[in-house]
Design a protein around this ligand. Structure first.
Ligand SMILES: C[S@@+](CC[C@H](N)C(=O)[O-])C[C@H]1O[C@@H](n2cnc3c(N)ncnc32)[C@H](O)[C@@H]1O
Length: 267
């Protein structure tokens, strides 16, 4: 009986601490770990710098939260984005920048569908800007996402293409082409035959799923698709994407932070 009450009290304490510290995680971007040591509950000191969009880690993430990548990211968000809103998303941009960097030597251009202020393609361009071989980059967006019922949610998206033109004007070795339109229709305006890196971030999964077969045809073997909204909770679209990708001959690697990565196999 005693041990039963002890368990209940422990459970209540755990819930209360969880509630308190969860608030703290959200407010301060710090994570608290609950550890069970010697059968007793203890709380360690905050040891993480960031909440990577719902993922807390004890591992060394210095490559993400310090150094050149971090500095470029902070400089970039100072200008157009709200820093607090974007800092938790930093791992998404880190993945995009490094995956694109890995395939920059493959034949084909880089395509970004869903641009808004262009932070992700900008971070990719920063990563590859010193490569003298140059790259063609296509940014596809109509800059006026306004579907019924979603206006309020998407009010923070960029509605002025000029911001994006200005943001990308600093790059010398990279040819940035803005296609004012929507996928799937706008795919036909991509002049390069091949694509080596494709980033899908439209928050419009039906359009992305419909576009996949045509984009896959043009993806170089070894090329990469990074889907920003893959397993963020939109279960149906994840399943639908999986079906299409499997049919095309690929498979999706889920990431902890909601993205999906696809490598096009060499046949
Ligand atoms: C989440 S934002 C993109 C954020 C961007 N990737 C970044 O790095 O900051 C989504 C954008 O997708 C655009 N969009 C919605 N449907 C689209 C479609 N079918 N084709 C291209 N862009 C689309 C919207 O206009 C909006 O600007």
């Amino acid at each position: 009986m005693k041990s039963f009450f002890r368990k209940i009290i422990k459970f209540i304490i755990f819930k209360i601490l969880g509630f308190i510290f969860k608030q703290k995680i959200n407010n301060n971007d710090y994570a608290i770990i609950f550890r069970k040591a010697n059968n007793s509950l203890s709380i360690s000191k905050p040891i993480f710098k960031f909440n990577f969009h719902g993922v807390y880690t004890i591992h060394n993430m210095d490559n993400v939260i310090s150094g050149d990548f971090y500095k470029n990211f902070c400089d970039a968000v100072e200008k157009y984005e709200e820093r607090e809103k974007y800092i938790g998303l930093i791992y998404r941009y880190y993945l995009a920048a490094n995956l694109a960097d890995a395939v920059k030597g493959l034949a084909g251009c880089f395509v970004f569908a869903g641009v808004s202020f262009g932070l992700c393609p900008y971070m990719v361009c920063k990563q590859i800007e010193s490569d003298k071989r140059g790259k063609n980059i296509y940014l596809i967006d109509d800059f006026k996402w306004m579907s019924p019922g979603r206006e309020e949610r998407h009010v923070h998206y960029c509605k002025d293409q000029k911001h994006v033109e200005e943001r990308f004007s600093e790059f010398k070795n990279i040819s940035v082409n803005i296609i004012n339109g929507l996928i799937p229709g706008a795919i036909r305006e991509i002049e390069d035959e091949l694509i080596s890196f494709l980033y899908l971030d439209t928050t419009n999964s039906p359009a992305e799923i419909e576009s996949l077969p045509e984009l896959w045809k043009r993806l170089s073997p070894g090329g990469i698709i990074l889907m920003d909204d893959y397993n963020l909770g939109a279960g149906l679209s994840m399943k639908q994407r999986d079906e299409v990708i499997h049919e095309l001959g690929g498979c999706v690697i889920s990431t902890f932070n909601g993205q999906g990565i696809v490598f096009k196999p060499y046949s």
